[in-house]
Design a protein around this ligand. Structure first.
Ligand code: SF4
Length: 905
């Protein structure tokens, strides 16, 4: 076996180890820092090691960077064990084995470069030449091994395939799906050897109703289907979906909220559709928002000097990945989530098209663009796997009517309300306004990168068309009123410049004046109502509104001019120019709508409150640092715009989830579907989970850990994780408490062989944290709300969920308004029950799973207990008793003794 005989360094919460020559020894943190600073060491995940050593500048020969170069777009869990699996090496049995593994892994990776079997060889030599110039630490070792190709290599931009324009699809045939046919399709998808699942069959037959022909315009079929965990809902709805697409020739969108489900859907859809059709097109495509995909023009700019130092190295590794990527998806696709964090900056985000600066056909990479390819592929696809936000944005402002979804399955349907809430929100904040300014004017002085303003993006209009040119000049002048670079600093110094900064300054002053937090950072924004406003504030806001009107007018004129030019194209407008104008018109419409929403927001300030909306002013902070200031508006009921924009034009919509209704009650679920807003009575169906919760799970409410007692909380977490021997998911409602608990217990647990990872502590993205957790049954993971839904870990890796307290809703102005409108404390209760049900749902994912769900709460209200599935045993007990039960289970006993299966409350 090839071993690279360079010194290797490893540190965990339980200590530090270094291997030099052929011996590994334990060293102190101080010595580890000294050797790392002296000579480059073989390391794994520099930012994580830096956190463990408390030495932020740590650098070295990071195996993850080497892996990203040699095997771009290949999955690896970024831990010693994960690396060993990916490379077919022996898994280390403990921390002291890790340095040796690093030497072996480096040896194996470098050996691959010399092999003829290296699948990702093409492009490596060329990329390496640039990396040598950048003094990438691995480049010297690689240059001796990566041989120069005999013929010039295809460069990324030549290697990528071009997308093909496809004709508009015909309208789908109107068909009715017969039950027998749906069930036969389901049997085909699940396989003849699969067990008969009556729940799944009933669910699939119900799902077919969403595809029936619509009877009245504007009245889609709406189906709400509650599917208990384990029903097999994915194949349950894919059966009628695949049958309908086959018979009708239409497209169905399946929308998810989490990346985990998107991944699962991609896999399960393979049972129903081939990878490619006979004509080479793909029947199943994954669509995400454009901000997820690599923008080739941004990458080219980064490769050609737009990025410096470490960021330039990142750009080279991203270029290696792009050549092998399935679809160019940088966030949750096949780009390793850990790659961005290795470089500790916003490098990944700035390689996407986050700000809508795409120049469409004016871009030299337009025909190879990942975003354009994904957009086109979805038009002729049978199944489009999207997400809630994208479905809503597409329905609201889709560029192409043919790509608007008409048959939609919202899986994880309990999140549709939240997704609609954000999609239809308006926020006039400093960060949003400065983006608009940059979009119109272009980069500020000293800014790097290819960012260009409206005049540069529409250079031909600016030069050849008088009306369009004048509109661009006027817009540019008006955009000067928006906040510019350094706005936050100017506000802090009372030196606001221009009407929008004046407004933000007034927001800031009022929010601080009315702050009642007593200087405590509760981990979220400082807010105050946008009602009862003083005259001076109203004056400032009206001046700001006028400035926005001044900007919107020329943008409208420009939009109209572009439309006229597209209708009667002048000589100088060629085909690509046309496509570019189309694109520009689309992004203009979006900006004009944003400005109109801001104006309406300001217009209302000082007047009577509109009962449809909730407005407030806020100073947003994270880690006690202010990062944005502004005025916010939300719909009191965001399902109103959702119903208009998404439901009304659709023919069939299904919302499904394990936690759609509240207990047995459908009222909230029906209200949260939006169906009532367009006079549609949704079809309701519920399917019980096949799991035996009485035997598989136990809810333990621990009554003797006092709220707010951090040492006691940390002690409880530490002991529970020890009792279960890892495999614990700890959920927190506040980052502050999460950190405090982690800081107190991580070292002790690591010394016992129980690694503890945490969101907001470890410099690792959430998706990778979940991968690490899934991969190691001894590991535990602490996280906040986002983890409640994003973790799908069947099997032994997850056997204990611990909630630090009852997840009370955040007491925000928005929450207060909705609470008032929806029945007060009953509204809170239904929200909490939903959160508890979702968190509980993480625990039992298959018939083989067993585990405990622990809530640390001295006074857990009984009315919340209906959150848990019927039959689940529930006990209010002391921590000692809970430890006993969890430990009994960890040692192999069933979760609940056989004679003791009655629910106890
Ligand atoms: S077409 Fe737009 S998004 Fe695609 S590479 Fe070019 S500029 Fe980027």
């Amino acid at each position: 076996m090839a071993v690279l005989p360079l010194p290797a360094l490893h540190a965990s919460h339980s200590g530090c180890w270094r291997r030099d020559g052929s011996a590994t020894r334990t060293i102190s943190k101080g010595e580890a820092v000294t050797v790392a600073a002296d000579t480059p060491q073989l390391i794994l995940n520099a930012p994580l090691l830096a956190t463990r050593l408390g030495y932020p500048d740590l650098a070295g020969l990071d195996l993850l960077e080497l892996y990203a170069f040699i095997h771009p777009a290949r999955f690896v869990v970024p831990t010693p064990k994960g690396l060993a699996h990916a490379l077919g090496l022996t898994e280390p049995t403990g921390d002291p084995d890790v340095p040796r593994l690093l030497q072996e892994a480096a040896g194996a990776l470098l050996e691959m470069c010399e092999s003829d079997q290296w699948p990702e060889r093409e492009g490596a030599w060329t990329a390496l030449q640039s990396l040598i110039k950048m003094r990438w630490p691995w480049s010297t070792l690689l240059s001796a091994r990566v041989r120069r190709p005999e013929r010039a290599e295809r460069w990324l931009f030549t290697r990528l395939p071009e997308w093909e324009e496809s004709p508009e699809p015909a309208q789908p045939r109107q068909i009715v799906l017969e039950d027998e046919a749906v069930l036969a399709r389901l049997a085909q998808l699940t396989g003849s050897s699969a067990e008969q699942r009556p729940g799944q069959r009933a669910y699939a037959a119900e799902a077919a109703h969403a595809f029936a022909p619509r009877e009245r315009s504007g009245r889609p079929h709406v189906l709400l289907a509650q599917a208990g965990t384990g029903i097999g809902k994915t194949l349950g709805y894919l059966a009628p979906t695949s049958l309908w697409t086959e018979q009708s020739g239409g497209t169905v969108w399946v929308s998810t909220y989490t990346k985990a489900l998107q991944r699962q859907l991609r896999q399960e859809s393979r049972r129903a559709w081939p990878e490619r059709r006979a004509d080479g097109t793909r029947p199943v495509v994954v669509r995400k928002g454009r901000e997820n995909y690599l923008c080739l023009l941004n990458l080219e700019d980064a490769l050609q000097g737009g990025y410096q130092g470490r960021a330039a190295i990142l750009a080279q590794l991203v270029a290696r990945w792009a050549a092998y990527s399935r679809d160019g998806d940088m966030i949750g696709g096949d780009l390793p989530g850990w790659l961005g964090t290795l470089f500790r900056q916003r490098g990944i985000a700035s390689l996407t098209d986050q700000r809508g600066e795409c120049v469409y056909a004016g871009c030299p990479h337009y025909r190879k663009c990942f975003i354009e390819r994904a957009t086109r592929a979805s038009i002729g696809a049978d199944l489009v796997i999207g997400n809630h936000a994208l479905v809503m944005v597409n329905a609201a402002r889709g560029r192409d009517p043919a790509s608007r979804p008409t048959r939609i399955v919202f899986d994880e349907g309990h999140h549709v309300f939240d997704a609609a809430d954000s999609t239809f929100a308006a926020a006039l904040t400093g960060a949003e306004a400065i983006e608009l300014r940059r979009w119109v004017i272009g980069p500020e002085k000293n800014a790097r990168g290819r960012r260009r303003g409206l005049a540069a993006r529409l250079a031909d209009i600016a030069s050849y068309d008088e009306v369009g040119g004048k509109a661009i000049t006027d817009a540019r002048a008006a955009a000067e009123a928006l906040p510019g670079d350094g706005w936050m600093q100017r506000l802090a110094e009372n030196a606001a410049s221009g009407p929008l900064e004046e407004l933000l300054s007034a927001v800031r002053a009022t929010v601080y004046a009315r702050d009642e937090s007593g200087g405590q950072d509760a981990g979220y924004a400082l807010e105050t109502e946008a009602a009862g406003l003083e005259g001076a504030f109203v004056e400032v806001s009206q001046a700001a509104r006028m400035a926005l009107v001044e900007l919107r007018q020329p943008l409208i004129r420009l939009g109209m001019r572009l439309e006229a030019l597209l209708e009667e194209p002048p000589d100088w407008l060629d085909g690509p120019g046309r496509a570019r104008l189309e694109g520009a018109r689309h992004s203009l419409t979006w900006r004009i709508d944003t400005l109109a929403a801001w104006e309406s927001l300001l217009n209302r300030l000082g007047g009577a409150a509109d009962p449809e909306f909730v407005d407030w002013r806020a100073v947003d902070r994270a880690e006690a640092r202010v990062y944005d200031i502004g005025i916010h508006r939300r719909w009191l009921d965001p399902m109103k715009p959702f119903a208009k924009v998404v439901l009304e034009p659709a023919h069939g919509v299904m919302l499904t989830s394990a936690t759609l209704r509240d207990g047995e009650n459908w009222d909230k679920a029906v209200a949260k579907s939006g169906a009532g807003q367009i006079d549609v009575a949704p079809r309701l169906s519920a399917h019980q989970s096949p799991f035996d919760y009485a035997a598989q799970a136990e809810v333990l409410i621990v009554t003797d850990v006092s709220k707010g007692d951090i040492p006691a909380l940390a002690g409880a977490y530490g002991r529970l994780i020890e009792a279960s021997q890892g495999g614990a998911l700890g959920l927190f409602t506040a980052i502050r408490r999460l950190r405090a608990v982690h800081g107190r217990i991580a070292d002790r647990l690591a010394r016992g062989g129980l690694p503890l990872y945490a969101q907001h502590v470890d410099p690792i993205d959430t998706g990778t944290l979940v991968d690490i957790f899934r991969d190691d049954p001894a590991a535990s993971l602490l996280g906040t709300d986002a983890l409640r839904d994003g973790v799908d870990v069947p099997g032994h890796s997850l056997r204990l969920v611990v909630m630090e307290q009852v997840p009370w809703p955040r007491p925000s102005i928005l929450h207060r308004a909705r609470r008032l409108a929806n029945g007060g404390s009953a509204y809170d209760d239904s929200l909490i029950r939903a959160k508890l049900a979702q968190a509980f749902g993480r625990l039992i994912r298959s018939r083989e799973d067993h585990g405990h769900f622990v809530v640390l709460s001295p006074a857990f209200p009984s009315r919340l207990l209906s959150a848990f599935p019927q039959g689940t045993p529930i006990r209010r007990i002391s921590l000692e008793e809970a430890l006993h039960r969890v430990a009994g289970h960890a040692s192999g006993a069933p979760a609940v003794p056989a004679e003791d299966t009655r629910p106890l409350i």
